[in-house]
Design a protein. Structure first.
Length: 231
């Protein structure tokens, strides 16, 4: 995942997206995107929730919490344009490619300066909208990067079963271990039960991905380490 500097325009939009998300019941599936257009911020989003958010109150709270960060980027007042849609069908995302690194949060330079900056996945995305899939992929890799002798790989996450009743995962890696060997090890050890996994991290404040990227994360625990063995 991209390491976000909270004291930047990009940091503000991603942090604000997660802040708004935190005000929606965690049982709901939601995607919130914040776009900074300099003079105002567009709050776009969809959620299964039927409870309309009080954005005026939220932006006041956000400004109070993160006053110094806002001042650092020259924002004295947040003006918003609300485009959030409620009671929507929001698709559960539990399949896709994930770039995994030993250091979860990677510094990436912005190649182009633009007039508007939008929050980006997974910030502003609830667990069932792909965020849990990313967390679980890092959870898996955190058990085995030293064993594989690599600090990154590409992982296709899926909890769908093939004809042999194995999960349809894929591995692209520069490890000396064959991709099929890595895949077999993962399938032997990990359950891919995202519902159970989400329950185990339900108390984690998602904003900490931006506020404290270097602190311990519950999705990086190594509770299955004794089972990760290659012969």
């Amino acid at each position: 995942m991209r390491k976000i500097n909270k004291n930047s325009r990009r940091g503000i939009v991603n942090l604000f997206a997660d802040f708004i998300l935190s005000r929606i019941d965690k049982k709901e599936n939601s995607i919130i995107q914040v776009t900074d257009c300099e003079s105002f911020m567009v709050i776009n989003g969809i959620t299964t929730s039927d409870k309309v958010l009080d954005l005026e109150k939220m932006k006041s709270e956000f400004s109070g919490w993160f006053d110094s960060e806002l001042k650092d980027v020259g924002i004295d007042k947040i003006n918003t344009f609300d485009l959030i849609r409620y009671e929507q069908d929001v698709t559960v995302v539990n399949e896709g490619w994930v770039d995994i690194n030993q250091d979860v949060f990677i510094e990436e330079k912005d190649l182009i300066n633009s007039l508007s900056i939008s929050s980006e996945f997974p910030y502003g995305y609830s667990l069932n909208c792909g965020r849990s899939m990313v967390y679980y992929s890092h959870y898996i890799f955190n058990h085995m990067y030293s064993l594989l002798g690599v600090d990154n790989l590409k992982f296709y996450f899926s909890n769908e079963l093939d004809d042999e009743e194995d999960f349809k995962i894929k591995i692209i890696s520069n490890s000396i271990q064959k991709n099929e060997t890595i895949k077999s090890l993962i399938l032997d050890v990990f359950s891919f039960d995202l519902k159970e996994f989400n329950e185990s991290i339900k108390d984690y404040d998602l904003m900490q991905d931006i506020l404290s990227p270097d602190k311990e994360k519950p999705y990086l625990r190594q509770d299955m380490l004794k089972h990760v063995v290659l012969f």
